[in-house]
Design a protein. Structure first.
Length: 426
C-alpha cells in the first residue's frame, strides 16, 4: 500500500484514538486466566492485539468481539487447553513474549510463531528466566521464533532484569502466577507498569516498591469490566504533528496518562511545548485525561538513560520533531531500537536523509541537528508501523506531496491512522 501525504496548513480539531495496545494485550491475557466474565471496552483495533485474541481463542477461551468491546469468558489458572495448531503471534512481540510466561506453566507443549519480522527478533530475554523457573523453551538457533514451549510445574525465582523491558517483566510475573510461593522481578530502571496495575485490578497479591515487584503464586483472579484508555504512543504522532505545523491546535480525548508513560509529555514541555491537560480521572487503576496541544517553537534536547527506556516507542517520531527544533535532538542508550520490527535507528536515519535532513547514526542512537527544513520525499516504512506513521507526520512539513511506501504497516497498531490524519490536516 502506498500513501501520499501533502503538506498541512494546520492541524486542528478533536480526536479520540484507539485503545492502548500495551493495556489491551494484558487485559486479554489476564481475563483469560481469571475466573468468570470480563468485559473490555475500547480494546485496541490494532492487528497485534487481535493476534493475542486469536491465540487465547486457540487455547480454548471463548471471546466475543463487537467493535471495540471484547467479552472474555475466563477459565481460571488451570483452564487453558492445548491448541490444535501452532499459535500465530503475527507481528506482535508483546504477544509472543508475554504469553510465553503463561504457556510455560501449562501441562502441554505449545508452538508459537510469527511473521517474517517477528521471526528475526531475539527471544533469549524471556527464555533465560523461564528456564530458571523450570520451563523448557526451545527456539530456532536457540534464540529466534518459532518457540516450542514444554510447559509444566514452575518454581518461583527472584530475577534481576539485565535491560529495562516491560515485556520480560510481564513474562516473569505471569509465570509467577502459576508458581507456588513468591516470584520477584527487580528492575534497575523502571519500565511501564500496566501489568502491575492490571494484576491488582484482577485480584493478584502484588507489591511494587523501590524497583522490586513481587507476586504471590496461585491467586484467584476474578473477571472485571474495564475501559482501555486511548494509546499515548499513538497520540504521540498527533502531538508531534500539532507541534510541528504552524497555526495548529489539537485536542486528544481520553488518553492514558500512566506516570510510567508520561515521559513523553515531560520531555516535550521541557523543550517548550504548549501542552495542557484540562481534565483527569481514574479508570481501572489507570489515569486518563484529555490533552490539548498548540504549535510551539521548541529548543531541542537529549534522550538518554532512563528516559530512553521510557520513550523507546516514541523515538522515531521524536527524531522527526528534533530536526525542526532550535538545538536538535540526541538519542543515546537506545540499542533496543535495533531489534524492534525493523532496526529503527537505521530506518529512521535513512528516511530522515530522504527528507533532506542531516542525521548521524550512532551504535545506540542518533544525532539530529536542529533548524532543518523538510523536503518532499519518498519514504519506506520497511514494514514497521511506527516508521510509517512517524514519516507521515514529517511529510506534513514537506515542500510538496510525499509518498510513504508500505504504508499499510500502520494497521499493526492503528488501522485508523490515515483517515484520522487526513481529517485533522485537511
Amino acid at each position: 500500500m502506498q500513501q501520499t501525504i501533502s503538506p498541512a496548513s494546520a492541524i486542528t480539531g478533536a480526536i479520540v484514538l484507539p485503545g492502548d495496545k500495551s493495556i489491551s494485550h494484558r487485559y486479554a491475557m489476564i481475563s483469560s486466566i481469571a475466573e468468570g466474565e470480563s468485559r473490555i471496552h475500547n480494546y485496541s483495533t490494532g492487528a497485534d492485539c487481535h493476534s493475542t485474541i486469536g491465540c487465547m481463542r486457540a487455547l480454548g477461551i471463548e471471546i466475543t468481539v463487537e467493535g471495540t468491546d471484547v467479552t472474555i469468558q475466563g477459565k481460571g489458572l488451570d483452564g487453558l487447553r492445548a491448541s490444535a495448531a501452532d499459535l500465530d503471534a503475527g507481528n506482535s512481540g508483546s504477544t509472543i513474549r508475554m504469553l510465553s510466561g503463561i504457556l510455560a506453566a501449562q501441562p502441554f507443549v505449545t508452538r508459537i510463531f510469527g511473521d517474517e519480522s517477528l521471526s528475526g527478533r531475539p527471544m533469549q530475554r524471556i527464555m533465560k528466566p523461564l528456564a530458571l523457573m523450570g520451563a523448557d523453551v526451545r527456539a530456532r538457533e536457540d534464540k529466534y521464533p518459532p518457540l516450542e514451549i514444554h510447559g509444566g510445574t514452575l518454581r518461583p525465582i527472584e530475577y534481576l532484569l539485565p535491560v529495562p523491558s516491560a515485556q520480560v517483566k510481564t513474562c516473569v510475573l505471569f509465570a509467577g502466577l502459576f508458581a507456588e510461593g513468591e516470584t520477584a522481578v527487580i528492575e534497575p530502571v523502571a519500565s511501564r507498569d500496566h501489568t502491575e496495575v492490571a494484576l491488582r485490578e484482577f485480584g493478584a497479591d502484588l507489591v511494587a516498591s523501590k524497583g522490586r515487584i513481587t507476586v504471590q503464586g496461585r491467586p484467584r483472579l476474578t473477571g472485571r469490566e474495564l475501559l482501555v484508555p486511548s494509546d499515548i504512543s499513538s497520540a504521540a504522532f498527533f502531538i508531534v504533528a500539532a507541534l510541528l505545523v504552524p497555526g495548529s491546535q489539537l485536542t486528544i480525548r481520553g488518553v492514558g496518562l500512566n506516570p510510567t508513560r508520561s515521559a513523553l509529555l515531560d520531555l516535550l514541555t521541557g523543550m517548550g511545548a504548549k501542552i495542557r491537560i484540562p481534565s483527569l480521572e481514574f479508570q481501572g487503576g489507570e489515569i486518563i485525561g484529555d490533552i490539548v496541544v498548540q504549535h510551539s517553537e521548541l529548543k531541542g534536547g537529549m534522550v538518554e538513560g532512563a528516559m530512553t527506556a521510557a520513550l523507546i516507542d516514541e523515538i522515531p517520531v521524536l527524531a522527526v520533531l528534533g530536526a525542526a527544533t532550535e538545538e536538535g535532538l540526541t538519542v543515546k542508550d537506545a540499542g533496543e531500537l535495533r531489534v524492534k520490527e525493523t532496526d529503527r535507528i537505521r530506518t529512521v536515519v535513512e528516511n530522515l536523509r530522504r527528507l533532506g535532513v542531516e542525521a548521524e547514526e550512532l551504535p545506540d542512537g542518533m544525532v539530529i541537528p536542529g533548524r532543518q527544513k523538510f523536503r518532499a520525499g519518498k519514504f519506506d516504512s520497511f514494514g514497521d508501523h511506527r516508521i510509517a506513521m512517524a514519516f507521515a507526520v514529517a511529510a506534513l512539513r514537506g515542500d510538496g506531496p510525499s509518498v510513504i511506501e508500505n504504508a499499510g504497516a500502520a494497521s499493526v497498531s492503528f488501522p485508523e491512522f490515515w483517515s484520522t490524519l487526513a481529517r485533522i490536516s485537511a
